[in-house]
Ligand binder design. Structure first.
Ligand SMILES: NC(=O)c1ccc[n+]([C@@H]2O[C@H](COP(=O)([O-])OP(=O)(O)OC[C@H]3O[C@@H](n4cnc5c(N)ncnc54)[C@H](OP(=O)(O)O)[C@@H]3O)[C@@H](O)[C@H]2O)c1
Length: 292
């Protein structure tokens, strides 16, 4: 179903950097009034400045740590008060871990990853979708990953959380059929952001990434906005990776043969990613940001 964006309201999580920041700017340019969220207040404030300078309505800044249970529901309540209603929910906040499944297991960082990447998205959906249904209009954008359909050694927890989010989108679409609420599943492949830079710390990951097409935030953001307007159901970006969603078995075989021997699967570390992550991941992130 088509969605007229001008005058709509949106909550964008993970808006302090990368894809979320790009999506916030692209939505604001279409006349969407925003609440932008992440843990870091300063980059959110600079995003609000940037959007206002470009002629958009100044977004409301709402900090939240989505790795903590309860913060997502609280964020939804604050966004609803600040905006009056939330028409569009963009579940974009995400974090990665570098480490083998048998090394990371179910330790605290793994549980926090699932809270951020999956449970918080569900909590926001539960808090905001009922009112969208009542109004008969709305949209949920779940930013998963092409990793949801193809395994990558030493990124298993991340991929599993994204597979859960991706299947959540497919299920919700059936449940919300005819309600006026669209569910838009976004499955990015490699996109130049701080997260991708820190993934390069995993030994051999740079060689795998070197064999894949790479996208940029501005183009992905434009495609998401157009998709929202058109009522699109799913987007794989870069487009060349689209076959992976439709033919996952073939994609797995190709990936396994491409990856074979490139990633050091004996690497025994567990590396926490994100702006609050390990020094090694943070250094890679800073080097990316310094490049501009
Ligand atoms: N870049 C890629 O190649 C790629 C590929 C596939 C999917 N994705 C997905 O795209 C989304 C955006 O990632 P990105 O590449 O733009 O990376 P990014 O620049 O690291 O952005 C991640 C965002 O999530 C927020 N976040 C992380 N942990 C959080 C927490 N505990 N509470 C609240 N916010 C939190 C971060 O804000 P704070 O640090 O300020 O909290 C940041 O705004 C993620 O879901 C990611 O999995 C990215």
């Amino acid at each position: 179903m088509k969605l007229q964006l001008t005058g709509k309201t949106a909550l964008v999580t993970g808006a302090s950097s990368g894809i979320g920041r790009g999506l916030a700017k692209a939505l604001a340019a279409e006349g969407v009034l925003l609440a932008v969220s992440a843990r870091r207040a300063e980059p959110l404030a600079s995003l609000a400045d940037e959007i206002e300078k470009a002629g958009g309505a100044r977004p409301v800044v709402l900090t939240a740590d989505l790795s903590k249970r309860g913060q997502a529901a609280n964020l939804a309540a604050r966004a609803t008060v600040a905006l009056g209603r939330v028409d569009i929910l963009v579940n974009n906040a995400g974090v990665g871990i570098g480490g083998a499944q048998h090394v990371v297991g179910d330790d605290a960082m793994a549980r926090e990853l699932f809270e951020t990447n999956y449970w918080s998205a569900l909590a926001l959906i539960a808090a905001l979708v009922p009112a969208m249904r009542t109004r008969g209009v709305g949209a949920v954008v779940n930013v998963a990953s092409i990793g949801a359909v193809t395994p990558m050694p030493l990124a298993g927890h991340y991929s599993s959380s994204k597979a859960a989010l991706s299947l959540c989108s497919e299920t919700m679409r059936l449940e919300l059929r005819g309600s006026g609420v669209n569910v838009f599943s976004v499955l990015p492949g490699p996109v130049d952001t701080g997260m991708l830079a820190e993934f390069g710390v995993v030994p051999g990951a740079d060689k795998v990434l070197g064999k894949m097409p790479r996208g940029n935030v501005a183009e992905l953001s434009r495609k998401v906005v157009r998709g929202l307007e058109r009522g699109q159901r799913a987007l794989v970006y870069p487009t060349a990776l689209g076959f992976m969603r439709h033919l996952p078995t073939l994609a797995n075989r190709i990936s396994a043969s491409v990856i074979d021997g490139l990633v050091d699967v004996d690497d025994a570390r567990k590396l926490q990613g994100g702006s609050h992550g390990d020094p090694l991941a943070l250094a890679a992130r800073s080097a990316f940001e310094a490049r501009g």
